[in-house]
Design a protein around this ligand. Structure first.
Ligand code: ZN
Ligand code: FE
Length: 253
């Protein structure tokens, strides 16, 4: 029941993910940032694309659906909001299970970046595809949601086992690390930021990450601890989160 993950950069800072259920040989793409790049990588792997799994409706996630479906016949699975830009073959909601051969993904609703954003969690292989909700040392901007919703979505992901491998959709980690250093003087955060800067200077990806590492170092998950440094105390956790998110939105670094 192993799952192979083929990760590659596309567009300016997105990652494409082709995944294959080893038992059946069936493959899926997580989102469709760049149809031409995904089809070229698919050809390299030789895999048979059965599914397109969308996390949210943004064009750098669902914009390649039509072209990839036309080329492969793959079925498109996603949250209802994807219909804003492309048709769906199967609409999924929180708690639904999506099978790729023997691999089973649970759908987690993690709205906030967009209202209907979902993640795909494979508990058997301890893998989660989280789109633009959780990033390495970061989280998505709240384009549509409010802080309470985004905070509860992040808490849902943070509650997964520490060893869960987390595939985020963008390479934003160096910029996230600069922000983390500006709000958090924890030595573990500083060590991770240094490792991120070095990895990026060698041209290496900093995705995937893990839930354990994010719980330990991500300034958004650590927001309740950081709030006093931002002049807040005794506020609900989601308000602490909102303050850290607002600081990042205006961070120039
Ligand atoms: Zn997005
Ligand atoms: Fe995106």
């Amino acid at each position: 029941m192993a799952l192979r993950v083929h990760q590659f950069p596309c567009l300016s800072d997105n990652y494409g993910f082709l995944i294959q259920d080893e038992a059946s040989g069936l493959a899926a793409t997580i989102d469709t940032p760049d149809a031409a790049a995904i089809l070229a990588e698919l050809e390299k792997t030789g895999w048979t694309l059965a599914l397109i799994l969308n996390t949210h409706w943004h064009p750098d996630h669902a914009g390649g659906n039509a072209e990839i479906q036309a080329a492969t016949g793959a079925q498109i699975v996603g949250p209802a909001e994807v219909r804003k830009i492309a048709p769906l073959d199967r609409e999924v909601v929180d708690g639904d299970v999506v099978a790729l051969g023997e691999t089973q993904f649970s759908v987690l609703e993690v709205g906030g970046h967009t209202l209907g954003h979902i993640a795909y969690y494979d508990a058997g292989n301890a893998v989660a595809f989280v789109g633009d909700t959780l990033f390495a040392l970061g989280c998505g901007r709240m384009f549509e949601g409010q802080p309470a919703q985004m905070w509860s979505s992040l808490q849902k992901l943070a509650a997964l086992p520490d060893a869960t491998t987390v595939y985020c959709a963008h390479e934003y980690t160096a910029s996230n690390a600069r922000f983390a250093l500006s709000v958090d003087n924890d030595p573990t955060v500083a060590a991770r930021a240094q490792a991120v800067f070095e990895a990026r200077s060698r041209g290496e990806a900093t995705v995937p990450t893990t839930i354990g590492l994010e719980r330990q170092t991500n300034p958004f998950l650590r927001a309740p601890l950081l709030a006093p440094g931002l002049g807040l105390s005794g506020v609900p956790d989601f308000e602490a989160f909102a303050a850290v998110r607002a600081a990042k939105d205006s961070f120039k670094g």
